[in-house]
Design a protein around this ligand. Structure first.
Ligand code: GAL
Length: 945
């Protein structure tokens, strides 16, 4: 009865694939409320449910499109690589959630005698379809369309009963092992379409651009009797099957996604398409579009919504793509399957370079040494060719698609090579991508994931050991894993892309955290009781599950800004890194800022700066401060003076800063002598030698602090082995103990010396704080010296203070407004910023170190009356301030478990380890690694009344 389930993922009864096009032929959507029944296995599913008179009154309602586990039927499950069922291809477990769906519909009586089809845009993983009790066939390929001819079964003018049985597991599941939630269902639209006799079933639009002449050509492959018109070009009555010279056109690119409506008509049907004129070519190992080398500043995009799973409303998609544009994302890899077909229209319209990726991944075979991998097994060849043809036929008319990708992490083998050949035969205009072909035997670009900076540099320089690979463009289909706090190191990647022409950029892994919304938190793997899961590895995006930007996205926007600005006291260097655009749309402004905020500002005029060139703008007559004024920074910002597609006017397109005035060092008065444990208005306690009072302010600290709540990149360092965290914990960095050595009062201050070391070992640190009190303020010189035998790197070096919880308002002069870490700091500019303790926290789904503000010169924390504490750097420090400790954060696992304490814990950091992206990829680069040794942090504390 269910032999189709093991038929090597071959659909049956489906029509040949064709383009997704909008037409004037009638279309009826079946999206809406359907009847639904879920059975734990096929044997337990109702017999005869497809009969027109079947009584489904005992069933429940379910929206379609939907993933049924998102609606209380069964549960989502997350695994990355491992299959959640035994590897026993093509068989699947008997326990196989089976969702029966029914819906009724009517089409007008005048459809009678005409051909009609039903289209499923996505059914996960396999569905059997009946119309009016007649079986139409079986769908396979979850993220690909399937059409059936319904002419014989349809009853125009009467009620029709559609019944679809969907199985969560099928032989197709072996080909769909992408790193994401397993979510069965009819999760994309279902439509019934009239296909008029003499209509247009398929078209292949070729719109090329000759950059040497600025002219376009148009070829529409389609029915011979169809005529083509392009109203905006004044073209009508063009024949299909012929290449037409269309004269001067505006070429298509993400920087100017110029689209031309193309109408193709027969007597029976008119189809509208949109042409974007562009020509993709690999020239001397460089990927070019319209004659120019492109650079990919991309993201990997999955389809996910925190409430509805892989069903994402189109307005949400549009908003997210606009968010990408506003953060200078110029490319999307549709990891790891073709998206909802409407998303391609948005890519064309808003402007993105797209790698369209086929719905194929067999990664779980890696666990069995790739034995029986479908990619090299002839029994699966049909399924592979079926999938590539369905993707290419569906999406071939989209100018945004510049590369076809065979799939992801499916090992290698003959079936993949066959897909590549099929692709090249059908569409020679787009190169073929597949990362898993390491030797580049059947692909056109050399694609890698997570190659580190050093290796990427070697490849960029042409020092790759494989000669053949050296002749191909190099693209990182995944890099800079954005899990949790991070990624760090994006700037250094961009520098490689800018330096080496063959290194043509890459796609951040990934755009979105796939959290599932629960009461007050987002679920990740394991939260639904899955016996096998990969925890929060699915929470690795530049935006949070609700698509609000995480600091990683803000950093991306700064690193991949199209206008690079270098600020000097006497000039500004402006570099235009667009591929095609000049800077005619850019306004340049300057501002001078100090501790008090912006003190002066103005505009600069920008000479013409063609794409890829630079200009130098002399700075004259800026009102630079002199004398005792506070430290002053000059900031120059490029913004969009007028709106572009997806880019609102006023958007920041680049910024740069430099310090232009440094005040003379402060000369302090003679310090006051210590009086026992008192020093001026400061009071120390005798047990540990900690400061407990400053004026009226009660506080506790500073204690040396070298721990941070591990970031995902700390936890999973070394490509997931977690060896860094293990060594930190083995060494006891998270459970340091203090032993007071001596408190030594003197005529000019007080010195507190302690031994700071973990239990169970005999290595540690000496901590010394030298306190002086002058000018109503308490000055500290804190020194932390590691024992010579200490070899481990550290997460942070700093001190921790506990302050009353009433201090909720925060202001600082330093980098902001957002968090910054040494290798993710481009977005944070020096300025005067304000916030609250609550707002300083970044809500990473998996709680971890966050909210650090860098290069801070002074910080104040105040209560509602304005009383509190001021901290001055000597010269600067980093800080975090929160109502919980790092240990609380580390323990929590989810945000609802972070306690709120009635204290503010302030860390004053000399430094923190950078972020890197070691949860999948490389750790921080050497300059951002923190070695123990001999470190000194100077700061001044002043009680505010
Ligand atoms: C890659 C894979 C992605 C994702 C990523 C880690 O190997 O292609 O799907 O799993 O690693 O998050």
């Amino acid at each position: 009865m269910s032999r189709y389930l093991t038929d090597f993922a071959r659909p049956s009864g489906t029509l040949p694939p064709r383009a997704d096009m909008s037409s004037d032929a009638p279309v009826l959507t079946l999206d809406g409320t359907w009847r639904f029944h879920l059975a734990p296995s096929i044997a337990e599913a109702p017999d005869g449910f497809h009969a027109t008179d079947y009584d489904d009154s005992g069933w429940t309602d379910l929206p379609v499109p939907s993933n049924w586990p998102m609606h209380g039927h069964g549960k989502p499950a997350y695994t990355n690589v491992v299959y959640p069922f035994p590897i026993d291809p093509p068989n699947v477990p008997t326990e196989n959630p089976t969702g029966d769906h029914r819906v009724t519909f009517t089409v007008p009586a005048d459809w009678s005698g005409q051909r009609a089809v039903i289209r499923f845009d996505g059914v996960d993983s396999c569905g059997v379809v009946w119309l009016n009790g007649v079986q139409l066939g079986v769908t396979y390929g979850s993220r690909l369309p399937a059409e059936f001819d319904i002419t014989a079964a349809l009853r125009p003018g009467a009620e029709n009963v559609l019944a679809v049985r969907v199985h969560q597991w099928s032989s197709g599941s072996y080909l769909e092992d992408q790193d994401m939630w397993w979510l069965p269902g009819i999760f994309r639209s279902v439509t019934v379409r009239l296909r008029p006799a003499g209509g247009i079933d398929d078209l292949f639009l070729h719109a090329d651009y000759d950059h040497t002449t600025g002219t376009g050509t148009l070829l529409v492959d389609g029915p011979e009797d169809a005529v083509v018109s392009v109203p905006a070009l004044g073209l009508t009555g063009l024949a299909t099957g012929v290449t037409h010279q269309v004269g001067e056109v505006r070429p298509w690119s993400p920087e100017d996604p110029a689209l031309y409506d193309v109408l193709v008509a027969t007597d029976a049907e008119t189809v509208s398409l949109r042409a974007g004129f562009r020509t993709v070519k690999i020239v001397d190992g460089i990927l070019t579009v319209n004659g120019r080398r492109i650079q990919i500043h991309g993201v990997n995009r999955h389809e996910h919504h925190p409430d509805t799973g892989r069903v994402v409303p189109l307005d949400v998609v549009r908003a997210e793509l606009e968010l990408m544009k506003r953060h200078h994302v110029n490319a999307v890899r549709t990891s790891h399957y073709p998206p909802d077909p409407r998303v391609l229209d948005l890519f064309d319209e808003l402007g993105f370079w797209v790698i369209d990726e086929c719905d194929l991944e067999t990664h779980g075979f890696e666990f069995v040494g790739w034995r029986d991998n479908p990619s090299d097994d002839p029994r699966w060849r049909d399924a592979y060719l079926d999938r590539i043809s369905r993707m290419i036929e569906r999406d071939k008319n989209h100018p945004s698609v510049i590369l076809w990708s065979l799939g992801n992490e499916a090992g290698t083998g003959r079936n993949l090579a066959a897909m590549a050949n099929w692709s090249r035969d059908r569409d020679p205009s787009r190169p073929v991508h597949y990362e898993g072909d390491h030797a580049c035997e059947y692909v056109d670009v050399y694609s890698r994931m997570y190659a580190d900076h050093a290796e990427s540099t070697l490849i960029g320089r042409g020092e790759d050991p494989s000669g053949h690979r050296r002749s191909l463009p190099y693209i990182l289909c995944e890099f800079a894993h954005a899990m949790g706090n991070g990624p760090g190191g994006m700037l250094e990647y961009r520098e490689i892309f800018d330096r080496y022409p063959r290194a043509q950029g890459g796609f951040i892994w990934e755009w979105l955290d796939h959290g599932i919304r629960q009461d007050g938190f987002y679920a990740y793997g394991g939260d639904f009781g899955e016996p096998l899961h990969d925890g929060n590895f699915v929470i690795d995006g530049l935006v949070f599950p609700d698509r609000t930007p995480s600091p990683g996205l803000t950093e991306f926007a700064a690193v991949f800004a199209p206008v690079l600005i270098g600020v000097h006291p006497d000039k500004v260097d402006v570099k235009n890194t667009y591929t095609y655009r000049d800077l005619g749309h850019v306004a340049l402004a300057w501002s001078l800022g100090d501790r008090s905020g912006v003190v002066a500002s103005g505009t600069l005029s920008l000479p013409p700066v063609p794409a890829g060139t630079s200009a130098e703008i002399p700075l004259k007559d800026l009102p630079l401060p002199s004398g005792p004024a506070s430290e002053t920074w000059l900031t120059v910002t490029a913004t969009a003076a007028k709106a572009l597609p997806g880019v609102p006017a006023g958007l920041v397109l680049g910024a740069g800063q430099a310090v232009v005035h440094e005040p003379a060092p402060v000369v302090r008065s003679t310090p006051v002598p210590a009086d026992g444990l008192r020093l001026g208005s400061a009071v120390f306690e005798p047990v540990h030698g900690r400061l407990v009072k400053l004026g009226d302010l009660e506080l506790d600290g500073p204690r040396p602090h070298i721990w941070r709540a591990p970031t995902d990149n700390d936890r999973m360092d070394d490509r997931g082995t977690g060896s860094l965290l293990r060594s930190w914990k083995e060494a006891g960095l998270h459970r340091m103990r203090e032993r007071l050595v001596a408190i030594t009062p003197s005529a000019d201050g007080l010195q507190v010396e302690s031994r700071f070391a973990p239990a169970g070992t005999n290595v540690g640190f000496t901590s010394t704080v030298r306190w002086t009190y002058a000018d109503d303020a308490l000055h500290a010189t804190w020194r932390l010296v590691a024992d010579e035998r200490w070899t481990l790197t550290l997460p942070r070096i700093g001190v921790r203070l506990a302050l009353p919880g009433s201090l909720t308002s925060v202001s600082w002069f330093g980098r902001g407004p957002g968090e910054a870490y040494s290798d993710s700091i481009q977005a944070a500019l020096v300025g005067a910023w304000t916030s609250t303790v609550d707002d300083l926290q970044t809500p990473y789904v998996y709680p971890q170190e966050n909210g650090h503000r860098a290069d801070v010169r002074n910080l104040t924390l105040r209560d509602a009356s304005g009383a509190g504490l001021e901290v001055l750097g000597g010269p600067s420090f980093g800080f975090t301030a929160r109502n919980h400790t790092d240990e609380d954060l580390e323990e929590a696992g989810r945000r609802t478990r972070i306690p709120a304490r009635d204290q503010v814990f302030v860390n004053l950091d000399l430094a923190q380890r950078g972020l890197g992206t070691a949860s999948c990829g490389t750790g921080p680069l050497p300059p951002y690694i923190l070695t123990a040794g001999d470190h000194v942090l100077n700061f001044t504390l002043r009680a505010l009344r």
